[in-house]
Design a protein around this ligand. Structure first.
Ligand code: NDP
Length: 257
């Protein structure tokens, strides 16, 4: 049987792991819809750059508008992909959002905003995509999780860790339920990398002394301190590509038949 590209949606593909993954998958012969929100304005340069790259390299790679905070947007993005490419094989749940600060400083609404993207966003995209994957009797969900969902360290990331822990549990429930439909589930658990969100993730975390000192500072200063510390500690870009490579490996080769 002839090999054919897998059709893949990557959420949060305007920057960071999402963009790297979308490009890497397309370079491996797949057909990729790079989900980005508000493509008409804020992400217009990212959309233009992506389409330029696709044209230069002859990649089957295009942007699709997708804000994971909206079920309507998720439904429209998936139906756009199905209209464009006639099928859907893989969803990469990469879109992420975090806030930084001492746990007690957050309102419940702050936590809800982080859940909205990292947890509820995956549910919305699944609800849009799964009827098609089940209809096909094949498919794969790849979730980008976090290795720091236990232990509360580094500090100041409570809403993010809580959301990623919830996302893990959700993904595992899907894995248990979807296997009977021939749909796989995989959770990628990156370490810490530089790009976008990751400016505020850890590289070992601040020392206890630094943490104690940080608590006495206004949150803005705390954030700037941590960002500066992390940016100095984490080597850029090259390591982030290893996450994209891992997702390419999980997705595998072109499909047959
Ligand atoms: P980036 O900030 O570069 O990427 C985050 C992406 O999510 C952006 O494209 C952003 O789009 C998108 N996004 C945010 N909110 C929404 C939304 N409502 N709808 C659609 N897209 C949205 O950071 P990373 O590449 O580091 O993060 C990617 C994923 O990797 C995240 O899930 C993150 O939690 C996870 N991760 C990162 C680690 C790291 O060290 N970097 C470690 C472990 C996990 P926009 O440009 O529109 O804001």
């Amino acid at each position: 049987m002839a090999a054919a590209p897998q059709v893949i949606v990557v959420t949060g593909a305007s920057s960071g792991f999402g963009r790297l993954t979308a490009v890497a998958l397309a370079r491996n012969g797949h057909t990729v819809a790079a989900g980005m929100r508000r493509t008409a304005d804020r992400n217009a340069p990212a959309v233009a750059a992506l389409h330029r790259l696709a044209a230069e390299e002859g990649l089957a790679l295009s942007a699709v508008e997708l804000d994971v905070r909206s079920q309507e947007s998720a439904d429209l993005a998936i139906s756009t992909v199905l209209d464009r490419h006639g099928r859907l094989d893989v969803v990469v749940h990469n879109a992420g959002h975090l806030v930084l600060g001492p746990a007690e400083a957050f309102t419940a609404e702050d936590l809800a905003a982080v859940y909205d993207v990292n947890v509820l966003g995956t549910q919305r995209v699944n609800r849009a995509a799964l009827p098609h994957l089940r209809g096909q009797g094949s498919g794969l969900l790849v979730w980008v999780g976090s290795s720091f969902t236990r232990g509360g360290h580094p500090p100041f990331l409570a809403p993010y860790f809580a959301a990623k822990a919830a996302m893990d549990a959700l993904a595992e429930s899907y894995a248990a339920e979807l296997i009977r439909f021939g749909i796989g589930t995989s959770i990628v658990v990156p370490g810490t990398f530089t790009s976008g969100t990751n400016h505020f993730t850890n590289a070992g975390g601040p020392s206890d002394a630094a943490r104690d000192k940080a608590y006495e500072k206004p949150y803005g200063e705390l954030r700037a301190d941590l960002a500066d510390r992390l940016n100095r500690l984490i080597p850029p870009e090259a390591r982030a590509e290893s996450v994209a490579d891992e997702i390419v490996r999980i997705v595998g080769p072109q499909r047959t038949g």
